[in-house]
Design a protein around this ligand. Sequence first.
Ligand code: F6R
Ligand code: MG
Ligand code: MG
Length: 371
Amino acid sequence: MEKITVSLIKADVGGFPGHSTVREELMEISEKRLKAAKDEGLLVDYCVMNAGDDLQLLMSHRKGVNSEEIHRLAWETFEEATRKAKELKLHGAGQDLLKEAFSGNIRGMGPGIAEIEFTERGSEPIIAFMMDKTEPGAFNLPIFRMFADPFNTAGLVIDPTMHSGFRFEIWDIKEHRRIFMNSPEEMYDILALVGAKSRYVIKRVYPKEGGPLPPDEPVAVISTEKLSFIAGRYIGKDDPVALVRAQSGLPALGEVLEPFSRPFLVSGWMRGSHNGPIMPVPFQYSKCTRFDGPPRVLAAGFQMSNGRLVGPADLFDDVAFDEARRIANEIANYMREHGPFEPHRLPLEEMEYTTLPDVLKKLESRFESVE
Ligand code: F6R
Ligand code: MG
Ligand code: MG
């Protein structure tokens, strides 16, 4: 059986208005480009979406991960969308395209990317998660819950095909190194790392040996690009995406979505410098207006059929998530009351915007020593 690759590549190439959403013209350009690539046979299928101000290109193909052709297609699509964004004077036109010329791989050039290659099963449900106004570490808690928390995922306890747990690939995004760890055996050590979500990020999850799935084919993958590390200065948040496969030896669809029923705090929101709740929303509410947020997560569900992406199903378009949205609004109100104070405002080293060096410089001569 020939393997299939699913690539989710996203970029903010201009917001409308401000940083709230993506303008229809940019979606149409992407739609046209990806359709042409499908007609040519480069793509098996595709789906163009947006999460807040991020343009999302979901593509299935047989070129494997890190394919130059696929990455070039995404890059050139973002370039064309940027030209339109500049013409319309959209906000931050081309902001995530950090390099001038494409050189073979889109990694490190600004866009976020989650890619996964696997052997398609008899039934292959896959969920594309897209977050806006937050950072890659925001996926640590829900991914941990899905694949390692027995209070979230009943299958870990009662399904013989997943009772042995999963293997986590964790990246130290500051030191550019990674480690593989097993759950549940090393659960406390895993949490010691991934609880520090601004530095240690879950990159992939694998099945263990001896189960129904090949242990070398990932079952979840998360984008880990940190724009600030790429550019060396602030140019926007890294608004992450993830692909998660479900069912039959993996968490069920409902176990994959369950972690979002309780809004947890993530960093990002206004000016990439605040903690706030992540709100699970249907596609139609993917518009970040309140204090440029609150941070949002969308879930697009598909069944794959020989590479075809049958879908999307708008998975948070469900009254069962109304309560999560209500709680997220309550948390948003509570956090906002702190105004410029931590822990609403991020600690100094994590803020994307800061006036502190200038303020300190101005006040330097007035500081006096104290015992
Ligand atoms: C956060 C975000 C927005 C902007 C804010 C200021 O990720 O995108 O909150 O940081 O709207 O944007 P500029 O500096 O473009 O006016
Ligand atoms: Mg933006
Ligand atoms: Mg964004």
